[in-house]
Design a protein around this ligand. Structure first.
Ligand code: CO8
Length: 261
């Protein structure tokens, strides 16, 4: 296990099958500097490769999930610097992860923080959560999917309102809009996210990966192409012992035991 400066990682859940990544730069409200995002990328990639791990949870602290990209790191950059360095493109590493990632958001998820949460597969919000894309107030626009994933999550009109004003929405509105899957009292939110991750981690890993792949593809493909991919993946599950075990267990009225093969 490598030493991180900006995050903490631990194995949690009943069978230690969940990796918990805690963003740990509280003095800057977890502002997402390059080093922090690089560490998140490494931790998530390692978890993705580890056969004992079934799901990943990313969280912050009570006050902030993350208050955005690091404005102080960004403010003096020139156009040639950002274009030649393809500034912040490394963030997309997260979206290539095959295992499910759950964001447990308490407090601020602003700008890049909101975008980071939206790169995850499921968002659970504490009742004190605040989501927003305040880039417009800084004279810039979202750069890590804010204008794209937010539209798909909550529709054009609400996304326009949020991105064009920089106004924040609270947990209740985020739930109503479909940005988050559930809201919990903030003290319970992380635990609920871990329980969810644990449940997913107890299922067949290749089947979970195929299911995630199919749902993620709906972002990119037409309905026809998406349904075709889904059917191919569905057929593929019949190549797995886990598919047979799942159905045999149902017929025998016992609990399925999956072996990831
Ligand atoms: N960057 C750097 N430092 C930050 C950031 C940030 N985003 N947010 C907070 N901090 C720092 C503050 O400067 C302060 O530091 P210090 O103690 O040294 O003064 C410390 O964190 C505590 O913050 P506050 O004192 O401001 O705390 P408050 O409780 O008063 O306010 C807020 C909390 C409302 C969240 C406030 O901190 C705030 O408005 N933060 C900035 C929010 C913001 O604008 N975020 C968007 C950033 S732009 C962005 O994310 C672009 C994404 C592009 C991604 C592209 C990827 C490819």
């Amino acid at each position: 296990n490598m030493a991180y400066n900006m995050i903490k990682t631990e194995r949690v859940g009943a069978n230690n099958a969940v990796v918990l990544v805690t963003l740990n730069r509280p003095k800057a409200l977890n502002a997402l500097c390059d080093e922090l995002m690089d560490e998140v990328g490494i931790a998530v990639t390692e978890a993705d490769k580890n056969p004992e791990v079934g799901a990943i949870v990313i969280t912050g602290n009570d006050k902030a999930f993350a208050a955005g990209a690091d404005i102080k790191q960004m403010k003096d950059k020139s156009f040639p610097e950002v274009i030649n360095g393809n500034f912040l493109s490394s963030w997309t590493q997260l979206t290539t992860t095959r295992k499910p990632i759950i964001a447990a958001v308490n407090g601020y998820a602003l700008g890049g923080g909101c975008e980071l949460a939206m790169m995850c597969d499921i968002i659970y919000a504490g009742d004190n959560a605040k989501f927003g894309q305040p880039e417009i107030l800084l004279g810039t626009i979202p750069g890590a999917g804010g204008t794209q994933r937010l539209v798909r999550a909550i529709g054009k009109s609400k996304a326009m309102e949020i991105c064009l004003t920089g106004d924040q929405i609270n947990a209740e509105i985020a739930l109503q809009s479909g940005l988050v899957a559930k809201v919990h009292p903030k003290e319970e939110n992380l635990n609920e996210a871990i329980k969810l991750a644990d449940k997913i981690a107890s299922l067949s890993k290749p089947v979970v990966a195929m299911c995630k792949e199919a749902i993620s593809a709906s972002y990119e493909l037409t309905l026809n192409e998406g349904n075709r991919l889904e059917r191919k993946l569905f057929h593929s599950t019949f190549a797995l012992e886990d598919r047979k075990e799942g159905m045999d267990a149902f017929a025998a009225k016992r609990k399925a035991v999956f072996k990831d093969c």
